[in-house]
Design a protein around this ligand. Sequence first.
Ligand code: 5GP
Length: 204
Amino acid sequence: MKKGLLFVISGPSGTGKGTVMKHLLETGEYFYSVSATTRAPRPEDKEGVTYYFVTREQFEEKIAAGEMLEYAQYSGNYYGTPKSAVEKALAEGKNVILEIETLGALQVREKMPEAVLIFILPPDIETLRARLEGRGTETAEVIDLRMAQVKREVALLSRYDYAIVNENGKALEAAEEIMLIAHTERLLTKRNPELAKNFEEYIS
Ligand code: 5GP
């Protein structure tokens, strides 16, 4: 069976990634990789659905056991992708989506160069701050930390394959653009070596 494609989606906190992801996952065409984290659950979080919530000790044990495909510290907490679920889904031909920050995304690029890296941008920085403040779940200190993080993340934009701007109220359009990317990536010649083989006798 043909392996699935791995899509890595990043974007600073407040880009509206969550809504874009929701639209994408509603299509039923993607396997969402549930990350492990040491951050405290928010009211909307569900264990095993939005994240696996673990302690720092548990997370460090997973790192030591080689169970993480990638991991990073973000706003003082560990976040990481459990390797086995991703590998299994890809082997089953499923298209897998990781929604992770930039340092983790670059680790994935090193380990799995065939991954497709997509960066979601806000229309501008003011919009992003307004979105973060409007969420009402974070303290002013956390918002400042996250704005500093935005600078570090956007600096890595050129390491991604695709950039998508998530305009206000246009998350569905952003999700559609990602579906378009997925469709196009599946047609790349490098992902379809069997086609050239089929026509080999005519070419030689
Ligand atoms: P939040 O705490 O808002 O859910 O997520 C904070 C940041 O951590 C987001 O940028 C999110 O993309 C990132 N993140 C979530 N899961 C992972 C993961 O498994 N690995 C890495 N490297 N980042 C993650």
